[in-house]
Design a protein around this ligand. Sequence first.
Ligand code: SAH
Length: 229
Amino acid sequence: MRFDIITTLPRLLDSPFGDSILKRAIQKQRVEVHVHDLRQYATDKHRTTDDYAFGGGAGMVMLIEPIDRCIQKLKSERPYDDVIYMSPDGELFNQRMANELSLRQNLILLCGHYKGVDERVREHLITKEISIGDYVLSGGELAAAVVADAVIRLLPGVLSDETSALTDSFQDNLLAPPVYTRPANYCGWPVPDILLSGHQAKIEAWRHEKAVERTRQRRPGLLDGVKTD
Ligand code: SAH
């Protein structure tokens, strides 16, 4: 799988992809992440990527031309499954969408800034819009990193324990059960006996029960359609 992220602030994306699981995924060639500096696609000598809004009002608007040039160049090199604009009014990102995107080959993520992009970018160049939550960030870079992270950790061979992503929250519409590690008793706070019993089937049943219990308490809406007994 390949991500192409278009941004005016490429350095903001250095650290999310430069550490830990995502860094190793790139090194192991499970995924390619290419960050494109939109300024390189600006046509004037000041490398302008934004301008005042027609009709006035506060805040700059990102120009369509550099964005179009960058997207067309990428599209001339390979086909893309989706050209995604990160936007607070886009479709709300969730685990189901992460699962779907993890089956794609090539994705473009466009990061906005200031007031966002000229509406004609959204009308003509974008095929999908994603929001990571009902709040406004100053730029799309952190949102793009969130989406890429959630997707990349689902790709085969990225997590060291292949089953690990499957037992995380939201897979199967359940939150994850509690987990414990050593010591078995910390200052009189013991780990549940069942986890030390060695009965794998009973442990799995306990985990399922706890996952259902936690989901019922915290996110009951997720339980519709989940087998809870
Ligand atoms: N004026 C716009 C907000 C622009 S915020 C509005 O009110 O809708 C600047 C940029 O940050 C956006 O173009 C988008 O790329 C990004 N952004 C902000 N909040 C986001 C969110 N919740 N999810 C995804 N991207 C977001």
